[in-house]
Design a protein around this ligand. Sequence first.
Ligand code: SR1
Ligand code: MG
Length: 409
Amino acid sequence: MPDIAYDVLTVEAVPDYIRSRPALAARIEQITDVREVGDGNLNLVFVVSGKDGTSAPAGLVLKQSLPYVRADPSWPMAPERNHAEARALRVHGSLAADLVPALYDADPDRFVLAVEDLSDHRVWRAALVDGERHDEAAAALGRYVARTAFGTSAFGLASEPQKRLLAATVNPALCQITELLLFTAPYTPGAPGHDPVARGTDLAAAITAYVTDPDVVTAIGAAKWAFMTRAEALIHGDLHTGSVMVRPATAKAEESTRAFDSEFAFYGPVGFDLGVLWANLLLAAARSAALGDTDNLRWRLAQPAAAWNAFTETFRALWPGRVAPATFTEGVLEGFLDQVRRDALAAAAAEAARRVVGPYPVADLETLPRPERAQAGRAVLAACRYLLLDPGAARAPVETLFDRVGDRL
Ligand code: SR1
Ligand code: MG
């Protein structure tokens, strides 16, 4: 294990750590339970439960970045990603407080941030794997993307603060992960993670055909260029269903959806967030198709349009508040939304394909029995080819687009 130049938290060390941070000590006076629950690829995550000063239940979550990838300690990774996440949570929290976890504290020296405990929620991907339906989640995420995109773009912010925010949120290390895993390694023989037989010989031929198709490679290269250069807004940067917490409605509370884990946030193309979300809904749909679960398949194929419609409605509702309305005309809005849609299509294909081809697969497919898994992988690649290359896909309304995707699953 590499040497670490700062103290790494353990379950035993968490109570003293909380006592050392005034913003946290004020929230939780008596700690009754600490659990390490990190199951992502990168960080340590602790859920802390106890009581506040009035003996009412209290809880919070600590997230600490390590100087390497947790899932692969041989891969060094700057812990400053924790600062990127704190910055994004502050900004996104100011624009969409009901759709992200509240930020309680950020410790820049030990790369720890503290956020609201969402233990009454669960990760959306796990809920999807279990066949649950959260009817408001996709629309909530569409609103989240719209509010954070508008509010950090040059439409919603004056020129100088917008440029200052852009400069303060560059996130090179995490952008490089995405450039490598989504847009480069799958299409580069010899690159780390380029291994067409890693997922079994029954998928290898379909993978090789896809990643060596010159039209696919060119379309992915264009999407990579957009990802690297189109600095439209402070986007989440990794909005897959494992970065979303959901809670069903109860007698006491409404359904809730929160986008978390925004350490990949940077100024990028707004369509990237929507495309990554669409891709993971497509993977969930491929699971339903492989299991012959037609009800869930239909529901899952309808979710990308629910996200898109909420995104466009919310963005249009914010549009009258834009800066410089004389030059940011209705035509500019329509052109922007069309660009977002096209970026989303390509990002969806890049994200869905890398989950079939590359080294970070998803439970939606991995927990299927073997023959169904290979079948679902082939179907996802056929859908990606449609999204990337079919001229009809570029024009179709999002509802129709995902009906056609469904024809391929
Ligand atoms: C090394 S990080 C691998 C993946 O996990 C994150 O959630 C991102 O999706 C990244 O691509
Ligand atoms: Mg993550």
